[in-house]
Design a protein around this ligand. Sequence first.
Ligand code: GLC
Length: 676
Amino acid sequence: MIIKKDMNEEEINEFIDYALKEMTIKEKIKQMSGHDFFKLLLRDRKFGVRAYPAAGLKRLGIPPILFTDGPRGVIIPGSTCFPVSMARGASWDLELEEKIGDVIGREVRAHGGNLFGGVCINLLRHPAWGRAQETYGEDPFLIGKFGAALVKGVQKHNVMATVKHYALNSIENARFKVNVKIDERTLREVYLPHFKRCIEEDCATVMSAYNKVRGEYCGHNKYLLRDILKEEWGFKGFVHSDWMRGLKDTIGGITGGLDVEMPWSKFYGKKLKKAVENKVIPMELIDDAVIRVIRTILKFTTKIDLEFYGEDLIGCKDHVSIARIAAEKSMVLLKNEKNLLPLNVNGLKSIAIIGPLADVKNTGDHGSSNVRQSNIVTPLQGFRNLIEEKVKLSYLDGTDLELTKNLASSVDVVILIVGYTYKDEGEWIPEFKIGGDRDSLNLHKEDIELIKAISKVNPNTIVTLIGGSAIMMENWKNEVPAILMAWYSGMEGGHALANIILGKVNPSGKLPFTIPKNTSDLPFFDKNADEIEYGYYHGYTKFDKEGLEPAFPFGFGLSYTQFKYENLQIEIVSEKIIATVDISNIGKIMGEEVVQLYIGFENSKIQKPIKLLKGFTKAQLQPGEKKTVKIEVNKNDLAWYNPDKMQWDLEDIEYNLHVGGSSRAQDLLTSKFTIS
Ligand code: GLC
């Protein structure tokens, strides 16, 4: 029996039946792990320069899995390097995220891969998490929508997407050992909904996390892998382990529901074969994993391709321009006193770009998400490329403070570029002592000194922050008129930053997390924890519940124009709550507004957050334009998980519905509704 193009489900199942009869036990077990990793690593002499193989069987024409990473683009050299996922989360632009997935899918294929391991959706429980940059924020609804958009875009090109790291992987340094304790409602309502949303988007595969949940490693966790993912959610793809340390025990893994060990066969392979031969493991468990692997490979690799995926696609001009648009739409204007921004170059003679990160190629972590791309536009280069001759542009890295103060006092405007690099946060690579969770949420001491010194000698000082998570700024934010969160903004970040600051683009980004005033307002965090309890509240739900005042709230971001909301209407149509609201651009320039919808549970009879994000959309408005915007909410999205009945229940109460430009009460219009 041969494998042909465009096999339908029935033909794939027929082939699988044939293959199961044909395959030896050794060939079946080969489908359950990576292979040739070290041979290829020795040949390449460095990691990440190719897609890595797993499974497959030449004798029967079954193609191998060919895995490559990473959330900000394909990590293989030359690929388009996008802003990090957290930056894209701040764009609140799902169409754009799907477009980015579309580009990544093309580039995975052009590199010869067929499995993309970059849909990282672990929830940002605490801003110190080292890999915050790889996810989309603190709210499960926002993360789920973004993860699903990336899955959809990538899988358009017959590339298997992976959603990771399943589940509760929200501490970096302790990830190989930490045991996470959690009650059932918190697990179901806070830490799993975004994974479920990606499975509903038909995500092909799931990567299990390193950590433990309720005492069992995620790679062996029967409750997570078999009971919830495969049985309850009906997941038909396969689960592969995180690399090297993602599987710790042969029997634990196969009984727990892990289908593929990556990138090698340390606990599967011969050990698994022996367990079957000694009748410790029934062949049915092996067959279930093999069926999942072959079914998923054939489902994707036998489809007719949308196009030819030539190497010219890799990092091509069209893809790079999408990276610039993503960077422009992700930057968040946090403060803009005296309307200092946008700068009007016609009225300026001199600008100084100052700071340790002003001319550094700084796209984020150097772990598994590191895209090997050399054409990175730094902030300085971005301004140099865009500022006409008439404005004198100077640059200093700020190490010589006296020299820097002299320069700053002699120019019209100073743009400071400060923040973090891969040395401060990112995947924890103990061997090289890079990455990991942050010990402090503040800027480096030298950055704070620079901000204080420069803002004293030049009142027109703009602070641009580079990083992948919340940065606390209480000890300097009142000393400058303008603050912009620019993120790790990818290969086109310099151009995007200059376009925003010079007013060619109106910023529309909104925070995908809460920025606190005090670390004591955040949940407990220990980067070396052996065990930790994840609670029901964190981020804006914790701040709302405890009446805490953030420095900058979830969903907040300024524009160069202003928007007015009026006439909020609610209609219940069968299983949907439909909200409409009129939005006007009452400023002088075109702008994009992120319209957010929160459901208020103030009347709930059970423990519930004050409000939860349950819808959002973007509206582009010309000056003076008014639009009626509609957002639909599924009634089921209001449900709570009843652990006693092990089912989702809907309360028959009066709900509030809030719509506005941030989660702040003063930015929200409110109305009420009931669902009965
Ligand atoms: C890493 C990461 C995971 C990545 C994998 C392969 O340890 O945890 O996100 O996909 O290994 O690089």
